[in-house]
Structure formats: structure tokens, C-alpha cells
Design a protein around this ligand. Structure first.
Ligand SMILES: O=C(O)CCC(=O)C(=O)O
Ligand SMILES: [Fe+2]
Length: 518
């Protein structure tokens, strides 16, 4: 699929230009055919008019007689054959070929892109009307959505069983339809989806109202007639089982209908962080320093790393200017053709699989592939003072529309079946995450347990230890990649393993990582 990485979506534009050209050529060919037919018709009309002036005189002339017969036999065959020529066939064949050879989105992509939009809508609290106007947080990026576009978003949500977003988008479709001179969708279709999703969400009285509205437009709509009866019966039933107390009325009951989806633990907090609404406590911010890191490395005396502390306990760092634009270009160029939908490890089976909670595409680069890749690994060693012999290859990630990675740990937990065991290099002791692009909106790396947010900055890299010095996983390092709201997010990361660090980060429980870094 293509929607999971922005890099792949770019290719869709060239696919589209090929399709436009094919369509234009097809229209031209059809027009030529019609022009030819028109010319035949003109000639026939002229001859016919001439003959009609004096029918007897005309047919009594043997040449005319011959021409008349010819026109209705041999010539007419030509007309029929031209009429019967199917021009579309070749063009459709070409399109089939393009579908096989060019990058082409599927129905799954459409669904993925629609789900991504609704995810962004929730995380960034975007209101449906502004989104339909092409605005993201007050910034206008794109064309407006038509009523039909909104309808399609609602329909996709409906197909996913997401009746909450179905209603939001069907209502928007209805509002937009009222303002459309050339209506792009039927109101009755909107009402049908709206009524049914409202019923699914538990608001039967409103579902009935909407169905009645639909029946005003289409009084014989079979499904609507059936549903009307059903809804009325359900409302009657609920009245019977509802014994009103004195002074009570049914409106209380109706208020309880509607969308209710319990937030999984910490969801609210996670989304606040993604929106940049959570700040670190002032006591901590006051302690955070920026400094030059030399790591006792002679090379770094000349060009030390710019290191910014982002959080204490767990210690989160940001290195600035540690990947050059040229290196970034190389890494992107090598990775781009190999990007595959990122997988996650099923903690029960140990199998790698794709999941809605991680939407991006990734590729792995080996050091021998390019000097720049080797330079990056070497730099990570200089930055962290850790041994890179057991580190994983460089993972390159590109996030697509609404691309994200929900809260997770980078280390394998004890009860987990994991692939690290077979590597024999121990757990992922530390993470270095390079930001290879600026992101216009969204896309922060957030740590919901401790309330820290790192915002992507091209050329910078985040660093933290996933494990305590004892080797136990640090649960405070739970982190996530927030959905990208606008822009393309490229990152690459180096996961450093335990094996080989015995002398660099000895296994003592109380050892501040500052010793290693500063
Ligand atoms: O892209 C990010 O900001 C974080 C990515 C991440 O956590 C991961 O790939 O494990
Ligand atoms: Fe991670």
C-alpha cells in the first residue's frame, strides 16, 4: 500500500499525470470519430436534399440511382463500422497495464487514508468543518472538500464500524450539500447513512427523525420504511420498560445516548503531549542545561557535540547538528526504493506483523552500503561512548498521512517472546533517533509517562537509555511518535544493544549516564 509513507504518495502524482494524458488522448480519439460521423451525416443530408427536390427526376437518372444504392450499401457499411468501433478498449488496456507497472493506490489505501484523517481529527482536535475547508489548525493547506468527498469519508468510517466519525462526516456532507450549486451527492444517501449510524450509536429517536426526513424525500424507500417500523417498535418497547418517576421526563434518557468511547489509560495525556499542550514542570526546566559533549574523546576537543538536556530521570537528550544534509540525502535515497510497511513484534507469538498502531514505512541500511552510513554509526559511537559492534543496522523510517507509532517500549520485556534473544546481543540498551526532516505540524516524539515531548528538527538526534544500569527495562521510557499532521517525517535510528557495553556502562544500579556523556 502507498498511504503509509509520504515518499510513496509522491509517486502517485506521476501516476496521475499518465492517467490524465491517457484520458485526454482517448477523448480526442472519440472526438475524431464523431467528427468523421458528422461529415458522413452532412454528405448524406446534402445528397438527400438534392434528391428530394424532384424525386422522380433524381431516380430516373441511372447515375443517381447507382449513387443512391451505393450510399445505402457500401457507404453505409462504412458508417456502421465506424459507429461500432470501440475506441475505449485500447485505452482501457493501457490503463490496466499502468495499474500493473505504475504505483497505484488500492481500496485499502483509500480506507487507510480516511482512517488517518479521522485519527488526526481526534488527536489534534480538528473540527470537521475547518478540515473540510482544507484547514489544519487554522492554516489553509488544500482545496475544500465537496459534499461528496465528505460523504466518502463518512462511508469509509461506516465500513470500519466507526459510527462516531460516520456521523461527523455525514453531517458535514449535509451542510456542504446545502451550499452546492451543482450537488455532488444525494441528500437521501447521506440521510440513510446518518440514520443508521445514529441508531448504531444508540440514539433511536434521532435515527427515527432522520429516517422520516429521508422518507419525505423518497416515500417508497424500502429499507427506510422497514427501519421506521423497527425504530418505532424499539421506542415503544423502551417506553414500556421505563417506569417514570414523578416529574421525570424522557429527555434524561435521551441525553445518555450518543458517543461514548472509554479512553484507554493515558490516551488523553498522550494526545495533550502531541498537541504541545503539556509543559515540563518549571523545577525541571530550570535544571536542564545545554552543553558541549566531549566524552573524553580527543577528536571531540575540536568539534564537540551540542547537547541539550530535554528531561531528567529518565534522562532524555537532544544532540544538535549531528547529521548533515548530504548524509540525510544519501540515507533517504538508499532507503526510498526499499521502504516497506513497518512491522511490530507480536509479544505472544514473536512474529512480525503490520498493525494500525504503527503506520510508517521503513528500510534497513548496512554500513558497507555507503560511507555516509558508516560515518553515522561511527558518530553514534562518539556521541554515546557506547560500543557499536552489537548495534542494529540503521533503520530508516518515513511516515505517511497521519503516520504514527503509538506508545511502546524499545526494549523487549521479560515475558516477551523476542527476536533479540536469538541475536545473542542482549536487549536494546539505548536508542539514538535521528530526525532527518523538519515537520510542519505534529510528529513529535512523546514520553507520556513522564510528560516529555521532543519536536523533530532536521539534523538533530534524540538519545536515551531504555534500560536501567541493572539491565531492567526503564518503564518511564515508554514513548510514541505522534501522528504527522502536515509535512513529511523522516527519521532513522540506531538501536544499541547490551553486549559490548560491559566496560563502557558497567552494570551497577546507581550510575548516572552523565558520566558517559559529559
Ligand atoms: O519517530 C519517532 O518519533 C519515534 C520512533 C520510535 O519510537 C521507534 O521507531 O521505535
Ligand atoms: Fe520507539
Amino acid at each position: 500500500e502507498v498511504f503509509t509513507a509520504l515518499a510513496d504518495l509522491e509517486d502517485l502524482l506521476s501516476t496521475e499525470s499518465v492517467l490524465i494524458e491517457t484520458l485526454e488522448n482517448y477523448i480526442r480519439a472519440e472526438e475524431q470519430k464523431l467528427d468523421l460521423l458528422k461529415r458522413f451525416a452532412d454528405i448524406y443530408q446534402k445528397q438527400h436534399n438534392l434528391a428530394s427536390e424532384d424525386v422522380q427526376l433524381y431516380v430516373s437518372n441511372p447515375i443517381n440511382a447507382y449513387l443512391l444504392v451505393k450510399r445505402l450499401t457500401a457507404d453505409w457499411k462504412q458508417v456502421e463500422s465506424l459507429m461500432g468501433t470501440v475506441i475505449s478498449h485500447d485505452y482501457l488496456m493501457n490503463i490496466t497495464y499502468f495499474k500493473e507497472t505504475l504505483k497505484f493506490p488500492t481500496d485499502e489505501d483509500l480506507n487507510g487514508a480516511a482512517v488517518a484523517l479521522t485519527r488526526l481529527q481526534d488527536t489534534y482536535r480538528l473540527d470537521t468543518s475547518s478540515l473540510a475547508r482544507g484547514e489544519l489548525n487554522g492554516v489553509k493547506y488544500s482545496a475544500e472538500l465537496s459534499a461528496a468527498d465528505c460523504f466518502e469519508l463518512g462511508r469509509q468510517s461506516y465500513n470500519n464500524g466507526d459510527y462516531y466519525h460516520t456521523q461527523l462526516w455525514m453531517r458535514e456532507a449535509e451542510a456542504r450539500l446545502k451550499r452546492e450549486a451543482n450537488e455532488t451527492v444525494d441528500q437521501s444517501d447521506i440521510l440513510e447513512y446518518l440514520a443508521f449510524s445514529t441508531y448504531k450509536e444508540g440514539n433511536i429517536p434521532l435515527a427515527l427523525d432522520l429516517t422520516n426526513k429521508l422518507l419525505e424525500i423518497l416515500p417508497t424507500h424500502t429499507r427506510a420504511l422497514g427501519n421506521k417500523v423497527y425504530y418505532e417498535e424499539e421506542i415503544e418497547k423502551s417506553k414500556e420498560s421505563f417506569i417514570p418517576k414523578k416529574g421525570d421526563d424522557e429527555s434524561d434518557d435521551i441525553e445518555n445516548y450518543g458517543h461514548y468511547e472509554p479512553d484507554p489509560y493515558g490516551r488523553e495525556h498522550y494526545e495533550n503531549l502531541c498537541r504541545g499542550e503539556t509543559q515540563l514542570p518549571a523545577e525541571m526546566s530550570a535544571k536542564l542545561r545545554c552543553r558541549y559533549a566531549r566524552n573524553n574523546n580527543p577528536f571531540l576537543l575540536i568539534a564537540p557535540f551540542k547537547l541539550e538536556e530535554m528531561h531528567l530521570k529518565p534522562d532524555l537528550y537532544m544532540f544538535h547538528d549531528v547529521m548533515s544534509d548530504r548524509e540525510i540525502e544519501t540515507v533517504k535515497r538508499l532507503a526510498q526504493p526499499r521502504l516497506l510497511r513497518a512491522t511490530v513484534q507480536n509479544s505472544k507469538t514473536g512474529e512480525l506483523e503490520i498493525a494500525q498502531y504503527r503506520i510508517s514505512k521503513s528500510a534497513w541500511l548496512k554500513e558497507h552500503e555507503h560511507k555516509h552510513v558508516a560515518d553515522i554509526a561511527r558518530r553514534v559511537e562518539d556521541m554515546t561512548g557506547l560500543n557499536m559492534a552489537t548495534a542494529e543496522e540503521l533503520q530508516v523510517v518515513n511516515y505517511g498521512i497521519g503516520g504514527h507509532y503509538e506508545p511502546h517500549f524499545d526494549f523487549a520485556r521479560k515475558d516477551e517472546k523476542n527476536a533479540f534473544k536469538s541475536l545473542g546481543t542482549g536487549n536494546r540498551i539505548a536508542t539514538v533517533l535521528f530526525y532527518m526532516s523538519d515537520v510542519s505540524q505534529g510528529g513529535a516524539t512523546v514520553f507520556p509517562v513522564v510528560g516529555a515531548a521532543l519536536w523533530p528538527k532536521k539534523g538533530a538526534a534524540a538519545f536515551w537509555y531504555n534500560l536501567h544500569a541493572s539491565g531492567d527495562g526503564d518503564v518511564l521510557t515508554r514513548h510514541a511518535a505522534c501522528p504527522v499532521l502536515a509535512g513529511s517525517k523522516w527519521v532513522s535510528n540506531k538501536w544499541i544493544h547490551e553486549r559490548g557495553q560491559e566496560f563502557r556502562r558497567p552494570c551497577t544500579p546507581e550510575r548516572p549516564p552523565e558520566d558517559l556523556i559529559a
